[in-house]
Design a protein. Structure first.
Length: 207
């Protein structure tokens, strides 16, 4: 890779290049775009990123991103507080919210069980989910996890432990309009909406 004529510019390109899915050419193009913008606009851009990194919180209840102790979803009295939709990460919350088909609460695990990647139960927000279920009588737990081996393993572990806490709780999963191995965030809204509305009883299958 050829060195650029400005070290300052090169450093900016290298930092942008660290973003996921951003190649060197795109990094170069974005850096040139920022260089051409008014200083005030760039200052607002960098300030927004700094404030996000310094001040953003994770909801103490569901682990969604939030500006306050409780996120807007958990604080909304219009939501169905008898339902919890368990998702892998925040991107899945955004994807499901965009469908406008679900009005319950969430629980963000922060990943799925994946021994190959060094991700175990202790690295996720699973025990916090069990604590919520121990302290509150919920009617339904929706397991909206990836249709992958890791996702199914996580769903099986969660459902098994939930049954020990509340044997009569209704455990469902989204209908398999979502292809096996596909991610919720990459699923079109119509398919995801139908999958949520037509959810089915979760049948645990050991992996």
């Amino acid at each position: 890779m050829q060195e650029l004529s400005s070290k300052l510019f090169e450093n900016a390109v290298q930092q942008i290049n660290k973003l996921p899915g951003i190649g060197y050419k795109t990094s170069l193009r974005l850096a040139l775009f920022l260089l051409k913008q008014p200083k005030e606009e760039v200052a607002l851009f960098t300030q927004a990123i700094d404030q996000m990194r310094e001040n953003i919180l994770f909801c103490s209840h569901c682990y969604n991103i939030s500006d306050t102790f409780l996120c807007q979803i958990c604080s909304d009295k219009q939501r169905n507080a008898a339902q919890i939709c368990v998702v892998r990460d925040i991107r899945d919350v955004i994807a499901i919210e965009n469908t406008l088909a679900y009005k319950g609460l969430y629980h963000v695990l922060g990943g799925v069980i994946s021994p190959m990647d060094g991700v175990g139960i202790q690295n996720l927000n699973i025990n916090a989910l069990f604590e919520r279920i121990q302290n509150t009588q919920y009617q339904e737990i929706i397991l909206a996890l990836p249709a992958t081996t890791e996702g199914e393993t996580t769903a099986f572990y969660i459902s098994k432990n939930i049954r020990n806490i509340q044997p009569d709780i209704h455990i469902t999963t989204i209908a398999r309009g979502v292809s096996i191995g596909n991610e919720l965030e990459n699923t079109d809204e119509i398919t995801l909406t139908r999958s949520i509305i037509n959810r089915i009883v979760f049948e645990p299958t050991p992996i």
